[in-house]
Design a protein around this ligand. Sequence first.
Ligand SMILES: [Zn+2]
Length: 318
Amino acid sequence: MKIDSISRKQSFIGIIIVLVIVGLVYGLYFYSQRNPFEAVKEPILNENSISSAPQVYISSNVLQQGDTLLINIEGDDLESEISGKFGSTKIDFFKLDNYEGLVGITGIDVKKESGKYNLVIDFSGRNKFEKEIEIIEYEFPITELLITEELKEKGYTPLRIVENIITHENVILKEIISIHTPEAYFNTVFINPLGEIDIVGAFGNIRTSGNITAQHLGVDLDALVGTPVYAVNAGVVRFSQNLNTYGKTLIIDHGLGIHSLYLHLNEFKVSNGAKVKQGDIIGLSGNTGYSIAPHLHFSIKVNGSNVNPLKFIETMKK
Ligand SMILES: [Zn+2]
């Protein structure tokens, strides 16, 4: 009787030990397989939280260069002054369909130094939310800066392209992108600029030719000449000009420092200063400027930060 109960007890303990080991192995496996960029879905309560305190949700607490950080604040008392900062960058909060409460967006520039940054949200000095966000360096692939025979005949060389971008075209675009319209022209999440998305040139690739390098600050999307290009959200057209390298270029200011850029267009369908709605056809895609095949180059800038535009759109979707 006694021996029997001891052996039963032993086998019970044995089973428990086996279950714990199996659990640990599975746990470690899933931990190693987890996606570090997965959204943080659970609410993060304020440290001094009271039942009515606002709740802060963040899209992720680990980001890589070129990512977008979305902050959603829910609560009863959001009418009062709320200010936010990510590192030294100010965050604007606004209303967005599909989201309760307020939303804030900040872009992690493709060249932002890796490390830990503080996200601080101040609720009129009454409550403060603080969270450490880690930015991981991303090793962008190195690809060749290609020039076709046709482009060579037109006078394009790697040196001329890069020099023209640095000294001329980026200077013009920077001036437009630095416009910070304090209110949002949009109230809904962003959409894609083409009906079909097929990436032919990845965001962030470092294109080189000899000792000349240029980082690809947008995404190249396959599109036949004449494919309709849609406004990714409501805004005002701030620029529509033909540039030597970027070709026919159009920029939409969506407010709050968010701009979308469409390069190598064949034709503009809206003019500078026009107010556009989401989904309006703003132009037809093409092959103008330094472009080795018909495509749409699409970029999004958030307060001047170069972010992966498709990831930006994806992060905002709920
Ligand atoms: Zn491109």
